[in-house]
Ligand binder design. Structure first.
Ligand SMILES: Cc1cc2nc3c(=O)[nH]c(=O)nc-3n(C[C@H](O)[C@H](O)[C@H](O)COP(=O)(O)O)c2cc1C
Length: 224
């Protein structure tokens, strides 16, 4: 990003009523260390300008063939969220019951997840579409295309998280929609070719938890 572009974003962000926390710093690697999973958020709303910034940063992610396979559903309305989480929770409860988990534990797990996603001012459900990805006559290449689309949408989500951090907004990434796709599609009336793959809870954090530890570089990288 050029200095000009940085200045433009800062200006756009500064003109909003949101709290702004050193946007430029986000471009420096050391800041990445403190982008932690924020489970405790207060209900202070996130203004529209900031939501647009979050979505815009997501859409500037790189994508395979520039197919931009990401799709978003912005959920502020509490009733719709309640409906979504209840339907997803039903599916989850069935799965946990089939796994043999005790009912008390099932209820505590599903209730705490539900309150996390109802206790924040905004959820963004992220879906993926294969509509502009290449199509092949064989599974090997179609499967590679699918992974390329997943990589692209993941890059968009990470961009959103970086922008959220720059704006002082906490974000919590969940893959729950992958396990209850029918419930998500039904409640959000998604098109058939939108596959829900993630759900991001966003809000101003009540506290910043310590980041969980990471494997050492020499455990995850080889040098040749
Ligand atoms: C693809 C993906 C799916 C995730 N799904 C969940 C989830 O369902 N529930 C959850 O609590 N955290 C989820 N997370 C967050 C991770 O648990 C978290 O990033 C990791 O523990 C490292 O913590 P940190 O991001 O706070 O450093 C997910 C993260 C990613 C990238």
């Amino acid at each position: 990003m050029s200095l000009d572009q940085r200045a433009q974003i800062l200006e756009a962000v500064a003109s909003t009523t949101c709290g702004v926390r050193d946007l430029v710093q986000v471009l420096e690697w050391k800041t990445l260390k403190v982008i932690s999973l924020l489970r405790e958020m207060n209900k202070e709303p996130i203004c529209e300008e900031a939501v647009k910034n979050l979505l815009s940063s997501a859409t500037w992610a790189p994508s395979a063939h520039n197919a931009q396979p990401w799709r978003f559903v912005v959920m502020q309305d509490q009733d719709s969220r309640y409906e979504l989480l209840t339907k997803m929770g039903e599916r989850w409860k069935q799965d946990l019951k089939a796994d043999g988990m005790q009912q008390e534990l099932i209820d505590s797990l599903t209730n705490s997840s539900m309150s996390r996603f109802l206790g924040c001012p905004l959820i963004v459900v992220v879906a993926m579409t294969m509509e502009d990805m290449d199509k092949y006559p064989d599974n090997r290449r179609n499967s590679a295309e699918r992974i390329m689309a997943i990589e692209s949408v993941s890059a968009a989500i990470q961009n959103m998280l970086l922008m959220a951090h720059a704006l002082g907004i906490g974000a919590s990434w969940s893959c729950a929609p992958l396990f209850a796709p029918e419930a998500v599609k039904q409640v959000l009336r998604l098109r058939d070719n939108w596959q829900p793959i993630a759900m991001i809870a966003l809000g101003f954090p009540r506290r910043t938890p310590d980041a969980p530890p990471r494997k050492a570089i020499n455990e995850v990288a080889i040098w040749i």
